[in-house]
Design a protein around this ligand. Sequence first.
Ligand code: NI
Length: 393
Amino acid sequence: MTDLYTKAQALFPYTQSMRRDFHLHPELGFQEVRTSGIIAKELRELGLEVSTGIAKTGVVALIEGAKPGPVVMLRFDIDALPIHEETGAEYASQTPGLMHACGHDGHAAIGLTVAKLLNAHRQDFAGTAKLVFQPAEEGMGGAETMVREGVMDGPAPARTLGLHIWNGKPLGWIGIAAGPVMAGASSFKVVISGKGGHGAIPHLSIDPVLAAAQIVTALQSIVSRNVDAQKAAVVTVASIHGGDAFNVIPPQVELTGTIRFFDTAVGELVHRRFEEIIHSISTAMQCQAQNEISEITPPVINDTETTASVLRAAGVVFPAETPDTQPYVTMGSEDFAFFQQKARGTYFFVGSNNEARGLNYGHHHPKFDFDEEVLVRASALMAASALEVLKDA
Ligand code: NI
C-alpha cells in the first residue's frame, strides 16, 4: 500500500488523458452514453466483470481480491452541467452549453485509475471492490435510481466510499471527517392563487402578490426563530414570478426555492413550519396555496469507523500530511447519501485549487478548472482507503 502514490503517479498520463477526453465531451445526467461506453471499455480491458445500463448510463465493475471477504463500494459520479465553458483550456468542452464544471470528469478518470491500482493489488486483499460509476448526480436522482435498480445488491456492499475533488481548498489539503459533511436538500414550488383584477381597484381582487411578499418574509423566521441556533438550516426562496403589467393584479404568484439541513429532526421541523406558514398566511390573505416539496437528498453523514479507516489510509499514502478532520460542512448536497443509507460509509474531499495558476474558480463556475495533480492524490487515497476498509469491514 505504501507504493500506491508512486503507482498512481506512474499512471498520471493515462488519468490525465482520460480526464481531458471526458472534459472535451461533456454529457448531461442520464445521457452519459459516450462517457459510460468508454468507462465500460476501459474496465473490460482490465479483464473485470462489468455491468452496464443500470440507471440508464451507470457502470458497475467488480474487482475480486485473492480471498473471499466483504464488499466495499467505491462511487464515482460522471455527469456534466448545462454551463457554457469559459476556461479557454486546450481541452475545453467541444459541446456549446455543456461543461464539466464540477470535476466529475476528474472523478470518472480517478475511478478508472483506482480500478487499475486495485486490479494490480488483487493479491493483497480479501473481499471485493465494487466500483460504481454513477450518472446524473447534479440534482437529477442518479444515486436514488441506481439504488432502486439494485446497485446495492448482488454483491451487497458492507461499506461505501465516495470523494469530491474540492476547489474550495488548495492542492495538498485533504478533508476526512466523521459526522455530517453535506446537507440534506429539498426543493419546493408554491403556487399562491388569488383573484386577478384592476390594479386601481384592489378591493375587487384577491392579491396573491401581497400574500407572496408576506410568505417570503415569514419563511425567514423558520431558521431565525424555530431552529436551534446551534444547528444549521437554510430556507431560500430563489424565484418569484407573477403578473406582467403595472396596473393589473395577477391571479397567481409562483415561488420556488430550496431547504437545506443536516439533522433529520431539524429537516422535519423546517418542513412542518414551511407548510404551516404557507397555508396560514395564504388563508389570512384570502388566497389559496398549493405546494410541492421534493426531496433531493438526505444529508451525507460519515460513519465513524469507515472514516477512521480512510484516515489510516491517508497516513500511509501521505505520511507527511495532516488531514483536516473538522467536518468540512457545506450546505451543498450530494446524492451519495442514498448509498450511505444502505451501507455506512465515508465521503471525503481532496483539495484541488491552485491560485498561482488561476485554477481557483468555484464548482459550477464557467471558468472552473483544477490542478490535475489532484487526480494522482485522489486515486491513491481512494485505492488505499478501499484496501484499509476491506481489512476492517
Ligand atoms: Ni460535484
